[in-house]
Design a protein around this ligand. Structure first.
Ligand code: GDP
Ligand code: CA
Length: 315
């Protein structure tokens, strides 16, 4: 495929497709924008879970079994902290902690999160452009019977157990999309925009909710395609399906397509969802039906290649 590719990503689901894309597109032609709504400050350090999942995945350092953090990690810090009565509900490996310490130090020197991320990526030999969606703090919160909870409290500490009835992104109205993200959106060489199979409500929505982003995608000359994170009525991981049910949406791929609505030019569903095709086509959206389960390196690359070919066919 010729031209630049922009991918919008959360953590695990997004990182898998981002990796696939990195194997199909020259490094200087691929820009990945990651959600920062999950970011938080914890134990005195700045943690950016989705940025780090994508960064570690592109660097070939990700722990594939765990789905987050680094391969071959050690946990001395957590054990020592536990012994001292410190908070250990958010697991931070020893080497992972170095990332957060370095990020925190660079932010304290006054660098933007975009520049800090570039610096970390350079150090880990990630050649693609990885950007935070914004340099400004945006914090996802979910409303439950316990009131508003910070995202990591809900997601990690309480393992998504509380029932959710609303989601908000604190700080979104005064946040601006990162400079590199804004530039990518107006780059005449941009030829495809791929919304990765990430959680639509807490991974993709924060990116789309930034001022002017949704409008830019709707009016964009390059095709915008999304890969469904819902396969056969379920999420492969995480609370996406539960959130759909809580938000009174049917739990199926076509509901995700309808949710993204008019910003899409095409939608990618899994082979298991052939029964969803007509409902998506009825929305006026071309459908690509392929294997979207990315268990192996080959599957990630194949899905990325399929997405690029599909986008090219739509432009
Ligand atoms: P998080 O930020 O780490 O929670 O991850 P994301 O938001 O990027 O991804 C979570 C979503 O990815 C879930 O809804 C999963 O169903 C979806 N997902 C994970 N792996 C795959 C996969 O291999 N294929 C597809 N189609 N979806 C996936
Ligand atoms: Ca996330």
């Amino acid at each position: 495929m010729s031209g630049k590719v922009l991918a919008l990503s959360g953590g695990v689901g997004g990182a898998k497709l981002a990796f696939g894309l990195s194997q199909c597109v020259a490094a200087d032609q691929l820009c990945i924008v990651a959600n920062t709504g999950d970011d938080f400050s914890h134990l005195g350090v700045a943690i950016c879970p989705d940025l780090d999942t994508v960064m570690y995945t592109l660097a070939g350092l990700a722990n594939a079994v765990q789905g987050w953090g680094l391969e071959g990690e050690s946990w001395q810090l957590m054990s020592a902290l536990d012994r001292l009565g410190g908070e250990t509900w958010f697991r931070l490996g020893d080497r992972d902690m170095a990332t957060h310490l370095r990020r925190t130090a660079l932010l304290a020197e006054g660098l933007s999160l975009e520049r800090v991320t570039a610096s970390l990526c350079r150090a880990l030999s990630v050649e693609q452009t990885l950007l935070p969606m914004s340099d400004d703090p945006v914090r996802t919160q979910v409303h439950t019977t316990q009131g508003w909870l910070a995202f990591q409290d809900y997601f990690v500490r309480q393992q998504c157990a509380p029932q959710i009835d609303a989601i908000r992104f604190q700080g979104i109205d005064s946040a601006t999309a990162a400079q590199g993200f804004r530039q990518a959106l107006v780059d005449p060489a941009l030829s495809a925009i791929v919304i990765c199979p990430s959680n639509p409500f807490v991974s993709v929505d924060p990116i789309l909710a930034l001022p002017d982003v949704r409008e830019a995608l709707i009016g964009h000359a390059a095709p915008v395609i999304a890969v469904s994170p819902i396969i056969a009525g379920a999420a492969l991981k995480g609370p996406a399906a539960k959130m759909m049910a809580a938000l009174a949406m049917p739990v199926c791929a076509s509901a995700v397509a309808a949710y993204y609505g008019d910003l899409l030019d095409g939608f990618v569903i899994d082979n298991a969802d052939s029964s969803e095709r007509s409902a998506i086509e009825a929305l006026g959206l071309p459908v690509l039906q392929v294997n979207t389960i990315m268990r192996s390196t080959e599957a990630k690359i194949a899905l990325a290649a399929d997405c690029l070919e599909f986008a090219a066919s739509l432009s």
